[in-house]
Write a protein that binds this ligand. Sequence first.
Ligand code: NAP
Length: 197
Amino acid sequence: MSAQPTAVRRVLVTGASSGIGAATARALAADGWSVVATARRADRLDELAEQPGIEAYPADVTSDDDVTTLAEHLAATGGLHAVVNNAGGALGLDAVEDGDVDGWRWMYELNVLGTLRVTKAVLPLLRAAGGGDVLNVTSTAAHGPYEGGAPPAAPATGRPASSVVPLAAGLVALVVVGVLAPLDGLLETAASIVGTR
Ligand SMILES: NC(=O)c1ccc[n+]([C@@H]2O[C@H](COP(=O)([O-])OP(=O)(O)OC[C@H]3O[C@@H](n4cnc5c(N)ncnc54)[C@H](OP(=O)(O)O)[C@@H]3O)[C@@H](O)[C@H]2O)c1
């Protein structure tokens, strides 16, 4: 008797057009996951989607409309078992007294509120699937200070501490919230090299 095929599990990876997100999408697809890869740059997502198991779905995580449409698409096409909240970036190495309010605002909109927006939108799908995983990619800046680290530290700390974890309290045994920070310092990606939006 042949074994029953294992049902394919579906994961949403945000910020999948480059760096850690693209590598995560590729690795998960190679591991048998059905990956929905999202970011703003559709051309890069299309390239990624040449790998079997990856679907490109462009969206801006700072847009309510985009995230709602993305969640509706996921609901209509098989639901979801996991999300990797990876879209984000860090801007500036200024001391607090020279802090750029617009830069900090950009990081909060993307790193903190983008994570909240996406997580809220997909939680009903994870519930409908009987449970799921929420994995947040954050930063070493959330774990300890370094020179010039104030701008990335604030939104990085906010990502696990003030947005998603309280959101998931009450969902014990339903959703696993993981927090992933590159612990060996910087990984060379667009964000780490140029540090721009
Ligand atoms: N590299 C490191 O050493 C390091 C260190 C600490 C933390 N991190 C964190 O790791 C995560 C990945 O960073 P990375 O190093 O791989 O940087 P990256 O190569 O610049 O990737 C950032 C990703 O976020 C997406 N993104 C940016 N704004 C977006 C928006 N409004 N809506 C949707 N997607 C958006 C970008 O795609 P589009 O531009 O196409 O939208 C891109 O795919 C980030 O959260 C970053 O803060 C990285």
